[in-house]
Design a protein around this ligand. Structure first.
Ligand code: UD1
Length: 422
């Protein structure tokens, strides 16, 4: 499976309509949160779950824990009545970074949990110190032994006032999950305001939790005794949306995106407008047209929501490689998030990276090359660039891309791209 690659003949314009997949970064924490819904006989039905490998990994974790879990046609059905094994094997933890969300959920449900340190894309150091200190404040004793964390809250978790030094998405979500069934009230200060945090809160509230303020900087969680199941539709994926817009900007053409939430990508749309693309939004649709040649844009600084998302940095950078003039990125969230630059440069892009800053000098041509996806979003960036390159590109290591994009080659070929998986 790891030997699969994407073969792309560049130079075809994109044209058509796509319906955006469900959000990876909402689906994963919500699947973990399902563990909290332990009321006897209850089930959690999650619709619009993306068919991506990270979701399958989360399903395997749920089964490992003792839950019943099945997935069909984008709907996950989880029966969490039984959580017999409050631990996650090293193998499963390594499969994805998001396995860390299970910590808050399992602890909230059972009062103990044993995990090893999580894997996931290598974006430089991704510590979990904030997760750990927050859980300690809630009465959890955490021992580190042989690369594993042994967490216990013998007397159950207790609400706490927790202020984050940085509004970490995963930490905010973990605290919400741990607090949902805790004794008393938890207040998160400087909470992450990402829409996926609000989606998780909405899901938990539908299950009977009492969470207020998610989506803002202060979240208040009043612990309840138990949570029941519910039927929930995962929000649309704003990063996949940005990625397909970037692919269209890069290749040229016209794209209609349906089933999305334009306000979630409000920091990204003006960047495309500056490039010279036209963007028109109506309800849950974005009508997009790339008018080439594209123009370079003002410096783009990645920030926490509602700023420009770090996850859209690579795809948008790819579309700027052939823009006229000089564009600048400042990556403020992750330390090592320019790994796609090597591949873009091999295609002929002119990019200089110095620490957090990348300077892109627009070139007239990109050339098809053999290259490998360095991580999920970086891989998507290489795909976007390959669509605009002369000749054939071969992208290997696409297991990274499959972590977050539902059949990227089918979506792009439906729009007229010459792309296949071999
Ligand atoms: C989530 C997203 C990821 C996105 C990121 C930033 C999911 C599954 N993943 O990741 O796609 O790129 O938000 O929007 O939702 N940090 C610490 N200590 C901690 C936790 C985080 O120092 O305990 C640092 C990280 O190293 C990083 C920054 O905080 O530099 C942001 O991380 P965080 O917001 O936690 O991202 P994730 O939840 O891992």
């Amino acid at each position: 499976m790891h030997l699969q690659k994407l073969v792309i003949n560049g130079g075809k314009k994109l044209n058509g309509e796509i319906r955006i997949q469900g959000a990876k970064n909402a689906a994963l924490p919500i699947m973990a949160a399902a563990v909290l819904c332990g009321k006897a006989g209850e089930k959690v039905t999650l619709r619009n779950c993306p068919r991506i490998s990270d979701v399958y990994a989360a399903m395997r974790i749920l089964t490992y824990l003792g839950c019943k879990a099945s997935f069909e046609d984008g709907t996950a059905v989880i029966i969490p009545e039984n959580v017999s094994r409050p631990e996650i094997s090293d193998e499963l933890m390594r499969e994805m970074r998001s396995s860390i969300f299970f910590l808050g959920a399992i602890l909230g449900r059972t009062g103990r949990c044993r995990i090893t340190l999580p894997g996931g894309c290598d974006l430089g150091p991704r510590p979990i110190d904030m997760h750990i200190s927050a859980l300690r404040k809630m009465g959890v004793t955490i021992k580190e032994e042989y690369g594993a964390l042994d967490c216990r809250a013998e007397k159950g978790l207790t609400g706490a006032k927790i202020s984050l030094s940085f509004p970490s998405v995963g930490t905010t979500e973990n605290i919400m999950m741990a607090a949902a069934l805790a004794e008393g009230t938890t207040v998160i200060g400087n909470a992450a305001r990402e829409p996926e945090v609000a989606d998780l809160a909405e899901f938990l509230n539908r299950c009977g939790a009492k969470i207020n303020g998610a989506g803002g900087g202060k979240i208040v969680i009043n612990g309840v005794k138990e949570l029941h199941g519910c039927d929930y539709e995962i929000m649309p994926d704003r990063i996949a949306c940005a990625t397909y817009l970037a692919c269209t900007a890069s290749a040229g053409g016209e794209l209609a995106v349906t089933g999305c939430r334009p306000w979630d990508v409000e920091s990204i749309l003006p960047v495309f407008e500056q490039m010279g693309c036209s963007v028109y939004t109506l309800d849950d649709k974005i009508f997009f047209s790339a008018n080439r040649p594209l123009k370079a844009v003002n410096p783009i600084r990645t920030m926490v929501y509602p700023g420009f998302p770090t996850d859209a940095q690579a795809p948008v950078m790819a579309s700027l490689c052939k823009a006229r003039g000089t564009s600048v990125f400042v990556e403020n969230i992750f330390e090592s998030r320019y790994k796609h630059v090597a591949g873009l440069t091999r295609m002929g892009a002119d990019i200089l990276v110095e620490g957090k800053v990348a300077v892109i000098e627009g070139v007239n041509r990109l050339y098809g090359v053999k290259t490998e996806a360095p991580d999920l979003r970086g891989g998507a960036g290489l795909v976007a660039a390959a669509l605009a390159a002369d000749g054939t590109s071969e992208i290997t290591n696409i297991q990274y891309i499959d972590r977050g994009y539902e059949e990227i080659e089918k979506v792009l070929s439906s729009l007229g791209a010459d792309i296949k998986r071999v």
